[in-house]
Design a protein around this ligand. Structure first.
Ligand code: GLN
Length: 484
């Protein structure tokens, strides 16, 4: 059962091969059995899920079931879920019960999916290894001594180990795509503005976007169709209605132009990763895609620009955690200043504090022009590079991550090294483009992902290419040994 995709599970439910309750119990059993080894979940909402499953079964009996009724999913623990702890993997929000649902959550509930719990992540989505969680690191199901990537590492590990058929994630600089690459899952980050950010705990508001970790591009298309669209609670969502992303999945890719940015295939790129990507390119070529070299001259300045802009926005967003309105409050404050200082000092982890400090610094007068404005200028140059490239190609292809899953602890002392994990993903967020990571092969038994970047609001195209690739390959069907 756990090997089935959402498309197949929906079929099984509609054919009455199993009930929603049985399906929910089945995945809850898997979560309870395997989560202790992986630490992919912060909260398991067993009671709520079983109730929702019974309601879903009633919908089937009454003939009101929708396509996705009864499909179990999980949410990254920064999506507000009404009545359920929403911690952002921080001690700061360890006691926070969300009073409402994020728009993504309510839309997916409305579509009939059932949430089985909240997945682990890097604290406030800051990290690329899931080692920054207050609840401890997540393990990669392909090798329990390695990281699953981050910050949506819990969602990625849970989907890779088939504890859940799909999970939501968010991506500010790579947090969906990089963990997808490291765990052999499919991860999509839509165009900025495609999916509502309402009820998602903010990290860097001009970069954050919600998306999905799934087994296949087809499942991603199914769920994204439900998630996307205008939301009056988020003024950055676009008003144009989102298309049905499943409709174009099977389109031919004959004649499609795929650009390869030379900058993303540097001399020092791991030759084994390069070989995997080359094989994938041959596969796409065999379906008629035309591969052509392109230039994105400023793309390698993405990481330095991101590590000014993202901390700047985070320092502002995280100012709200003052120990007063919600979240952690220190014991026995002597005065208001002490309350602020100790609540924040005691409840934020090191990486979060580091970024608040950098962010506050680059926004302060005297440094604003030297750092923040410069970074914004680089951001514009990167965006212009992409706009120009899309005048001659339909999609852009790069490796998702420069490395496969690395050992737990191996980069946690070396910030800059950790930050380079997102070297190929960060520029996409700076430009606000949609992109997807899909399984492309293995190096030393560890998964390798390839990234497809689309033009603005052209998620359909990258889902189409990803689907065609998955129809012709079976990398995405590989399951880690101990979770078969
Ligand atoms: N790894 C990047 C960071 O630490 C991106 C995180 C994200 O996309 N949320 O900021």
């Amino acid at each position: 059962m756990h090997r089935k995709t959402i498309t197949e599970l929906a079929e099984a439910l509609h054919q009455k091969e199993c009930s929603c309750l049985e399906l929910t119990r089945y995945f809850l059993d898997r979560i309870n059995r395997y989560n202790p080894a992986l630490n992919a979940f912060i909260t398991i909402t067993e009671k709520e899920a079983l109730e929702a499953a019974q309601e879903a079964d009633r919908a089937f009996q009454q003939g009101t079931a929708k396509k996705l009724t009864g499909i179990p999913i999980a949410h990254k623990d920064l999506f507000c879920t009404k009545g359920v702890k929403t911690s952002c993997a921080s001690k700061m929000l360890d006691n926070f019960i969300a009073p409402y649902d994020a728009t993504v959550v309510s839309k997916l509930n409305h579509a009939g999916t059932i949430s089985l719990g909240k997945t682990n992540m890097d604290e406030f989505a800051m990290g690329a290894s899931n080692e920054n969680s207050f609840y401890g690191p997540v393990k990669n199901p392909w090798d329990l001594t390695r990281v699953p990537g981050g910050s949506s590492g819990g969602s990625a590990a849970a989907v890779a180990a088939h504890l859940i058929p799909a999970a939501t994630g968010t991506d500010t600089g790579g947090s969906i795509r990089q963990p997808a690459a490291l765990t052999n899952t499919t991860g999509i980050k839509p165009t900025y503005g495609r999916v509502s950010r309402f009820g998602i705990i903010a990290f860097a508001s001009s970069l954050d976007q919600a998306g999905l970790l799934t087994q296949t591009a087809e499942d991603a298309a199914l769920l994204l169709t439900e998630m996307a669209g205008f939301d009056s609670y988020d003024s950055t969502t676009v008003e144009e209605a989102a298309p049905d992303f499943t409709k174009t999945l099977n389109n031919s890719i004959h004649g499609l132009k795929i650009g390869l940015p030379q900058e993303c295939f540097p001399e020092h790129l791991d030759p084994k990763i390069k070989t995997v990507i080359d094989q994938a390119l041959r596969q796409l070529e065999s379906q008629g895609a035309i591969i052509q070299e392109i230039k994105l001259p400023h793309v390698m300045m993405g990481i330095p620009a991101y590590y000014i802009i993202a901390p700047a926005e985070c320092s502002s967003n995280l100012a709200r955690y003052d120990g007063i309105r919600y979240g952690y409050r220190c014991k026995g404050p002597v005065d208001l200043q002490d309350l602020y200082e100790r609540s924040r000092a005691e409840a934020f982890g090191d990486e979060v504090k580091h970024r608040i400090l950098i962010g506050t610094y680059v926004l302060s007068s005297g440094y604003y022009d030297a750092y923040y404005i410069q970074a914004q200028k680089i951001r514009r140059l990167i965006k212009n590079d992409f706009v120009k490239a899309f005048q001659s190609v339909d999609a852009i292809l790069t490796p998702t991550s420069p490395t496969t899953a690395f050992k737990l602890g191996s980069k946690s002392k070396d910030r800059v090294n950790m930050y380079t994990s997102d070297i190929f993903t960060v520029p996409v967020n700076l430009a606000g483009l949609p992109s997807i990571s899909i399984p492309a092969g293995f190096v030393d038994q560890l998964p390798v992902g390839l990234q497809l970047i689309g033009n603005y609001f052209d998620e359909s195209r990258i889902l189409n290419v990803a689907h065609r690739f998955q129809q012709a390959t079976d990398w995405h069907r590989q399951i880690p040994k101990n979770f078969e």
